[in-house]
Design a protein around this ligand. Structure first.
Ligand code: BGC
Length: 444
């Protein structure tokens, strides 16, 4: 249960602190105004909202026996048909940006077979954004890959980077003209490392599921785009890094002035204070493990860096500290810590010197007041980081609507809007009003 008083207290403390310091003459006054042209948006991903993504790797796994998916994605939010409603919703909330993903499994449902009709569908979405004054931020691949790609071993396979680049080339030739910002891959840095972060022993069950899928298709390895189990994590990572490089090059070859980046999942990794003399926090080792290679690649092969943050981790020399007592928590029991987003923005920029776009930030919770409090508190800290010199282009809240949260099914809710799964009606929650007011005012 959430202690609402504790939470309100925390929010008040956060917003009151700068003024108190200012009164004591110790800090410059906080400037709540964001720069002109700041992108205020919300994010979704194809498989999680479109519904009936039947040619995808994940759809096939949802229907395996055994499966680790709590329930199938089914119709999701029916956004494949209702995308115009979604764009109207983005606009009506007062936002000026929409991050969504192209579904590779629809565009190339069989190897080498590209669907012009599906490319036209995404073209209409991009044009629909422009018609409403919404900036389209387009992810070329958000986890799901075509089933045939997974049956070739997914990102484990040697041809994976070239196959991805061919898809990027084809999609870019049809769509790049209207895209404002593009990202290649979503959170590739965690691929093959998710087992270390998710609760419980999903890994063993996941292996059984993908083995059943491989058997059903008569192939050696079925590896989905965002694998939990992988026979060789280092090889999968190598191919993803190369996939980003080649994919970005293919997009830039079509439109060299289109900014292309990658979105990384980043926790605000912190060193626990007060360690005994000689003890070294695991923080730096964790940073290297989860982000090192990608941040180095980003320096040379990205025009901007997308950051996706939901949490912080505080590391001693032995492991991760538990939540502080009285912490506000999300549905999964992790601490909701508003300054984590700014912490990540500062670190990501310091490491890469790139402009930063918040391509995801949010909270999985059925208690919308947690979301409504998180948004202004996190944005206040983000603005302070910007005032300290971190160039942030925009903020996309995850997510527009409650949607399919992968293995957890529909139970975990990230939406600014509630979804009625029977009628597909979208209903804005109070947090949507909070973000919309900030966006309209361009000030937190
Ligand atoms: C992913 C989304 C996911 C969200 C919330 C991110 O890791 O990009 O697909 O739904 O976090 O867990």
């Amino acid at each position: 249960m959430i202690d609402r008083r504790a939470m309100l207290g925390a929010t008040v403390a956060l917003t009151a602190a700068p003024m108190a310091l200012h009164a004591a003459g110790k800090a410059k006054p906080f400037n709540p105004a964001f720069p002109k042209g700041f992108l205020w948006g919300t994010a979704t991903a194809a498989h999680q909202v479109e519904g009936n993504n039947t040619s995808s790797d994940v759809w096939f796994l949802e229907h395996q026996k055994p499966t680790v998916y709590a329930e199938p994605s089914g119709d999701a939010a029916n956004s494949f048909l209702l995308w115009e409603q979604d764009l109207d919703l983005v606009k009506s909330l007062g936002l000026n940006t929409y991050r969504f993903s192209l579904e590779w499994a629809r565009i190339e449902p069989e190897q080498g077979l590209f669907s012009i009709a599906m490319l036209d569908h995404y073209k209409a979405m991009i044009e629909g954004c422009h018609a409403r004054g919404i900036t389209p931020v387009v992810t070329f691949n958000h986890f799901t890959t075509p089933r045939w790609f997974a049956a070739l071993g997914g990102w484990h396979g040697d041809d994976a980077p070239a196959l991805f680049a061919r898809y990027c080339d084809r999609a870019a030739r049809h769509l790049a003209g209207g895209i404002a910002y593009a990202t290649t891959l979503n959170e590739p840095n965690l691929s093959g490392k998710l087992g270390e972060l998710l609760p419980g022993d999903l890994l063993g069950a996941d292996k059984e599921m993908v083995e059943a899928a491989a058997k059903a298709l008569g192939v050696a390895l079925y590896q989905p785009g965002n694998p939990l189990y992988t026979p060789d994590g280092a090889r999968t990572q190598r191919h993803l890094l190369e996939g980003h490089r080649l994919g970005r090059a293919a997009i830039k070859a079509v439109r060299s002035d289109l900014p292309v980046g990658v979105s990384l999942a980043m926790l605000d990794e912190q060193a626990a204070p007060g360690l005994p003399k000689g003890a070294v926090s695991l923080r730096d080792a964790k940073r290297e493990h989860f982000y090192g290679e990608w941040l180095r690649l980003a320096k040379t092969d990205c025009d901007f860096l997308g950051i996706q943050n939901y949490e912080r981790s505080v590391w001693t020399d032995k492991g991760k500290l538990p939540n502080p007592s009285g912490a506000v928590t999300n549905t999964m029991g992790a601490e909701v810590y508003p300054p984590s987003l700014a912490g990540v923005a500062r670190y990501a920029h310091a490491q890469t010197n790139l402009p930063i776009m918040v391509t995801e930030h949010g909270v999985g919770s059925e208690h919308d007041e947690i979301r409504a409090n998180l948004i202004p508190a996190a944005l206040t800290e983000l603005k302070k980081a910007m005032d300290d010199g971190v160039p942030v282009i925009g903020y996309c809240h995850w997510s527009l609507i409650d949607n399919y949260e992968w293995v957890f099914g529909y139970r975990i809710r990230f939406g600014l809007c509630e979804l009625d799964r029977a009628t597909f009606k979208r209903t804005p929650k109070p947090s949507a009003g909070v973000l919309g007011r900030i966006a309209r005012a361009n000030s937190v």
